[in-house]
Design a protein around this ligand. Structure first.
Ligand SMILES: [Fe+2]
Length: 410
């Protein structure tokens, strides 16, 4: 047995020394002991300089760290300790680990490896957001809660879309991140369901080990403590926050599942007032639609829409309805070319509902349909182009918005 142990030791040491080695893009990693699994990168703070690298283990373990360094460099690894704990979720035992990386360089690929006691993940990488103007794309989708097969197919499609976006010289199609508008699972207090979602999320990892940063929003099915534990928020966080993706795009995530008025509306007013002055593009995402294609409007219609219109938000990304929709531009409750466009409403793994296309805000040039889908939002110069891509790759809807303000550095 001794030679075998030695050879294990040799390879473990080699792996530790050679973080750079070829990575294995593994999906559905088993939850065994302290083997890192359910890997993900979260963007909830400045994504040019920070990111949270997160994973799960079946056993509590003792030491949880991320090794990281610039990709393809011979720099020495930096080590970041993780914040760890047990996910709240009844008898289902699973542990979270969040390594919060900071002081990163913009537009830079970092390779990362999660280490829990003597176990280590494959080597992955992610790329920080730019700090200077460049064209790029992000994905938006929502509602992945009740059709696991579809969820897995959509996640696989996302990984393929991301990989092919880097397969050419066109910078504009490069997908930097995925914004998820909520309703990840059916019952937000059930950690066994979260665990399935987290393992399925591994499928968004590229074949070369690229982790797609996630910008999460809370849905009505995501009630309970696990949401903050899964996405690395502080325990009592209310999940509204904004990030800049490059100097031109301000992406504001709201929480339709707590009071939309009061503190949140006040925060939103201040946020939009400031960011309208400094950013070319203002986008918001949240779960419950205010101009829904199926259901009744959420409370944001009163609390937020006047602010969207006052500060000329460029695009609003909604979820929850389980359909495809794009509204006409809306101001003061009417079609108005100077108004705000709303897209949605979730198709990352839920049976689709039949929309009500007779609603005034879905008339041409708006639209409504159904089908599993993801939106690709591309920012290039003074144009935002949106595409609704169906499972299988067909583009169901395409639209564009012209910037109301100029990009900062063009
Ligand atoms: Fe919902």
């Amino acid at each position: 047995m001794k030679p075998l142990r030695n050879s294990h030791l040799f390879f473990a040491t080699l792996a530790g020394l050679c973080l750079l080695g070829s990575s294995l893009a593994v999906a559905d990693a088993p939850l065994e002991g302290t083997k890192p699994a359910q890997w993900r990168v979260l963007w909830t703070d400045d994504p040019a300089t920070t990111a949270t690298v997160s994973w799960s283990t079946a056993a509590r373990g003792e030491n949880h760290t991320v090794r990281y360094r610039k990709r393809n460099s011979d720099e020495q690894n930096s080590i970041q300790l993780a914040d760890s704990g047990r996910y709240t979720g009844g008898e289902f035992e699973l542990y979270y680990h969040h390594a919060r990386l900071s002081e990163l360089e913009p537009s830079t690929a970092y390779e990362v490896q999660m280490v829990s006691d003597s176990e280590q993940s494959p080597v992955f990488y992610f790329v920080t957001a730019p700090a200077t103007t460049r064209p790029f794309s992000i994905l938006h989708g929502g509602d992945s809660r009740s059709d696991q097969d579809a969820r897995r197919r959509v996640n696989t499609m996302i990984a393929e879309m991301v990989a092919s976006s880097y397969d050419n010289d066109d910078e504009a199609d490069d997908i930097l991140a995925l914004a998820h508008g909520g309703d990840y699972i059916v019952s937000g207090t059930k950690m066994d369901l979260w665990s399935m979602w987290l393992s399925d999320h591994e499928l968004t990892t590229g074949p070369d080990g690229r982790l797609l940063p996630l910008i999460p929003a809370r849905g009505n099915h995501d009630k309970g403590k696990p949401f903050n534990e899964v996405f690395g928020f502080p325990e009592d966080d209310l999940n509204y926050y904004s990030i800049s993706i490059g100097p031109d795009v301000r992406f504001v995530t709201l929480n339709s599942e707590t009071s939309t008025a009061g503190d949140q509306a006040q925060w939103l007013a201040e946020e939009l007032s400031q960011s309208r002055k400094s950013h070319c593009w203002l986008l918001t995402q949240y779960h419950r639609p205010v101009y829904p294609a199926v259901k009744e409007p959420g409370a944001g219609l009163k609390s937020w829409v006047p602010l969207f219109e006052k500060f000329n938000v460029d695009l609003v990304c909604e979820a929850d309805g389980h359909n495809i929709k794009r509204t006409v531009p809306i101001r003061n409750g009417k079609h108005d070319e100077t108004g705000v466009v709303y897209i949605g409403e979730g198709g990352m793994g839920v049976p689709q509902r039949t929309p009500k296309p007779e609603r005034w805000f879905l008339q041409e040039p708006g639209m409504a349909d159904q089908g599993h889908h993801i939106f690709v939002l591309t920012f290039q110069d003074a144009t935002l182009t949106g595409k609704c891509v169906l499972e299988g790759g067909k583009v169901r809807d395409e639209f564009s918005r012209t910037a109301r303000a100029q990009p900062l550095t063009q």
